[in-house]
Design a protein around this ligand. Structure first.
Ligand code: SF4
Length: 219
């Protein structure tokens, strides 16, 4: 594990990491907010350095916290299926979260760890990691899953339910927001409809990418 880094040290170290692997190693020691203390480990982004599409969710869940990789639990499996249904090759997508440590509380029963939404201070504290990932990967399109990621990139007034599925400008580049797979899983009554909406939005992302000139061709 890297040396522990407070926020100032983290910000000073970021430019020294030239690759995603170097960033990931640095992030193992991040202490820029309090979330590291109760989590098992930093869960950094994963995927090819040449990815044209970067998908960003809220934060790692319980399974991701234990396994140390993003989108490996039930939400990740649903995301995998939705990407396939939208005609997107999962192996060509870089996946990450706006917050890299799992925030949770203990259930009343005492065993289960219950997800807690990160607050704005935590999202802001973690944002330099996302900015650094975007700067290294240079994706042509960013897809935000759920309100936390969408509002981090598109502003706090953004409403996923009303403005999803459209490519908009964010300060990190062209960005489309859609539902988080966990929201689909949490809605047994509307699950099929919500899943179809998620796939439709991902298809819109694929169509946008299909008409975009790959970055490599522009260099
Ligand atoms: S949540 Fe982000 S900013 Fe906070 S300690 Fe973890 S990696 Fe650092």
């Amino acid at each position: 594990m890297a040396e522990p880094l407070d926020r100032e040290e983290r910000d000073a170290a970021l430019p020294t990491a030239k690759t995603i692997d170097e960033l990931r190693e640095l992030a193992t020691g991040c202490r820029a907010c309090d979330l590291w203390a109760r989590a098992t480990q930093t869960v950094f982004g994963d995927g090819p350095a040449s990815a044209r599409l970067l998908v960003v969710g809220e934060q790692p869940g319980d399974s991701e916290d234990v396994q140390g990789a993003p989108f490996v639990g039930s939400s990740g499996r649903l995301l995998d299926r939705a990407l396939v249904d939208a005609g997107i090759d999962r192996d060509e997508v870089y996946v990450t979260n706006v917050v890299k440590h799992f925030k949770w509380r203990r259930a009343a029963s005492g065993k289960k760890r219950i997800h807690q939404k990160p607050d704005n201070v935590e999202v802001e504290a973690c944002r330099p990691w996302l900015e650094a990932e975007v700067a290294r990967i240079k994706p042509e399109l960013i897809v935000c899953l759920g309100a936390t990621a969408a509002q981090a990139l598109l502003g706090r007034a953004f409403r996923v339910t009303k403005q999803r599925g459209e490519v908009l400008d964010s300060d990190l580049g062209p960005t489309l927001a859609t539902l988080h797979p966990s929201a689909v899983l949490r809605s047994p009554d509307d699950r099929e409809e919500m899943y179809a909406g998620l796939v439709a939005d991902l298809r819109a992302a694929a169509a946008w990418l299909a008409q975009s000139v790959p970055a490599a061709a522009r260099r």
